[in-house]
Ligand binder design. Sequence first.
Ligand SMILES: [Fe+2]
Length: 145
Amino acid sequence: MEAALTYFAIAAPKHTADEEESLLPRLRTAGDSARVQALDRLDRLQQDHDEACRHHAAVDLLGRRWLETGGLTPAEAGALRAHLATLQAIYTEHIDIEDRELFPAAARLLSSGQLVEVGLEMAARRKGGSKTASHAGPRSPILRS
Ligand SMILES: [Fe+2]
């Protein structure tokens, strides 16, 4: 439980920063007619990050309470299950959109120089002894080729 809470506390914000600070701004300014069509999807991904962040905070609070007290009330356990189910639903669709649309769009619309910049920014976020790896790493278009 502690490892899972710590993983998501570290990895989720890095994933969000990878996309919202590095990838999405570059895609929004890419000069291509497909960009306009993609903007709705990019907004959707950003909304998913915001919604997931709220559920992660609730899971972290309940999970740490569980660790500290040795258990949860039935209401707290139900709330934890509901937050986890919502996160699973958000990520199932979110990851599908990333894999089918976001990463192919990045590979198609961004220059090789921009992709290198994104990769360097992602790597910089992970310097400094992070104990976990973001789930964005292996699926990143930069790391494929
Ligand atoms: Fe994402």
